[in-house]
Design a protein around this ligand. Structure first.
Ligand SMILES: Cc1ncc(COP(=O)(O)O)c(C=O)c1O
Length: 436
């Protein structure tokens, strides 16, 4: 189809890596216009945790549309919104003892991040937000300031202010707890750091290359925040909604963020939807102060409610994520042992796993070969050096095995063809990421 080349902007990215016209999708499968089947380990970059056109969610959505349910309602009260809030409160928040107010923002992740940072700044009266190396929070200007990646930052065309960058867990090596450095900076009136309003962090950095913060590090970060009166914002847009095993990615650390952002898989169906959760005392908005035409995607309310009620009313999905996550981790550990001349490393939590191939050239060669074999899988990290395994949480075991088999076979072929790419020594992953 020539139309894409004729009039679609150069800004396209995934379309360049997976140059097919896709026509249908079901569960973990995508189909192109020639009827070729692809296994989808990209899953809308973390948006399709329950697969494409999930039949349980689809049935609810079709019923709702068929009876002329409200599609667009600004932020007015609708039955669909009320039912979503009931389900979210009863099935997600209350059982976890979480007391939060829900703010509906514009429907993308970056909208939620912008709102979260505004809340922190307005409530504390401080401007500075601490953000981490390799963090990704979106590409609108406020979120972009908090994002580390130079490729995205360079497109801003204006100074990106109001943040202070701190080293993420592991950035200075495995033995250094970087929260101690942050504590020192915030304790020292001559450190040159303005007192922050908040700290924004991902528990697992998705776009940054599947960098996993240890649970101890997250607890220490919360301790440092509390000590200095700084609000802790967990950006759970990619790691949340079950990706790491439980609904929220920070649950395993037993921490209690002041503010939480959610989007991506919240609707469960790929429909745009984002929220900010904040402690009730932080809800100091004046009516309409932060608005947006698409704050209430009622179709997303319907599918989000169905996803919550079907998948999160018991622990079955969490157990499945743990089992499949362990399987992926074991397979990646074996790949690390067998290939990459000792330089590949694997990392991840739950079904948020990555294989660091040291160079973007190598990881892209592998994912391109995998695509030819019928697997859609992307890379992440500063240099695209990490193959990112992000299949739907609901994937069948046979498909999971097939997808990893394809990656393994692709690695074998690429490594055989290009073993010279692996000669340069590497000391530890994040230092490499920092230099890239
Ligand atoms: C952790 C995190 N925050 C924010 C965003 C931005 O979300 P969106 O692309 O929907 O604006 C992303 C997107 O990948 C993300 O991974």
């Amino acid at each position: 189809m020539k139309i894409f080349e004729e009039i679609e902007s150069e800004v396209q990215s995934y379309a360049r890596v997976f140059p097919r016209v896709f026509t249908e999708a079901r569960d973990e499968f995508l189909f192109d216009q020639d009827g070729k089947r692809y296994l989808d380990f990209l899953a809308g970059a973390g948006t399709l945790n329950y697969g494409h056109n999930n039949p349980i969610l689809k049935e609810q959505l079709l019923d709702y549309i068929a009876r002329d349910g409200i599609t667009h309602g600004l932020d007015m009260h609708t039955q669909a919104k009320g039912e979503f809030l009931e389900a979210f409160n009863n099935t997600i928040l209350k059982p976890r003892g979480m007391d939060y107010v829900v703010q509906f923002t514009g429907p993308t992740g970056t909208n939620a991040v912008e709102a979260a940072m505004k809340i922190a700044r307005n409530v504390t009266g401080q401007q500075n937000i601490v953000t981490f190396t390799n963090g990704f929070h979106g590409v609108s200007l406020g979120s972009l300031a908090a994002t580390g990646n130079a490729h995205h930052r360079d497109a801003a065309g204006i100074a990106l202010n109001g943040v202070h960058r701190a080293p993420y867990d592991g950035y200075l090596g495995d033995d250094i707890d970087t929260t101690e450095y942050l504590d020192k900076l915030l304790s020292d009136s001559s450190s040159g750091i303005n007192s922050p309003a908040g700290v924004i962090v991902e528990t697992v950095q998705g776009e940054g290359g599947i960098n996993v913060a240890s649970l101890d590090w997250l607890r220490n970060l919360q301790r440092v925040c509390r000590k200095h009166g700084v609000l802790l914002i967990i950006d759970d847009i990619q790691a949340g909604c079950g990706r790491t095993g439980q609904f929220f990615s920070f649950e395993a650390a037993g921490i209690e963020p002041d503010i939480i952002t959610l989007s991506k898989s919240l609707s469960g169906y790929g429909l745009p939807f984002a929220v900010v959760l904040m402690k009730p005392e932080l809800d100091q908005w004046k009516p309409g102060e932060h608005n947006g035409t698409f704050r209430g995607n009622n179709l997303a309310f319907v599918t989000a409610k169905a996803a919550i009620e079907h998948y999160w009313a018991n622990t079955q999905l969490s157990s499945e994520i743990e089992r499949k996550g362990n399987y992926i981790a074991e397979r990646l550990a074996r790949i690390v042992d067998c290939f990459g001349e000792g330089q590949f490393t694997a990392r991840g939590r739950g079904m948020f796993q990555g294989l660091n191939c040291v160079s973007g050239e190598l990881s892209n060669a592998i994912t391109q070969r995998a695509f030819k074999r019928g697997l859609v899988i992307e890379t992440s990290g500063a240099d695209d050096q990490v193959i990112k395994f992000l299949c739907p949480l609901t994937i069948g075991q046979a498909s999971l095995e097939e997808g990893i088999d394809i990656v393994e076979q692709s690695i074998k072929e690429v490594c055989q063809a290009t073993d010279t790419m692996l000669r340069e020594p590497v000391y530890f992953d994040q230092a490499k990421t920092a230099r890239a």
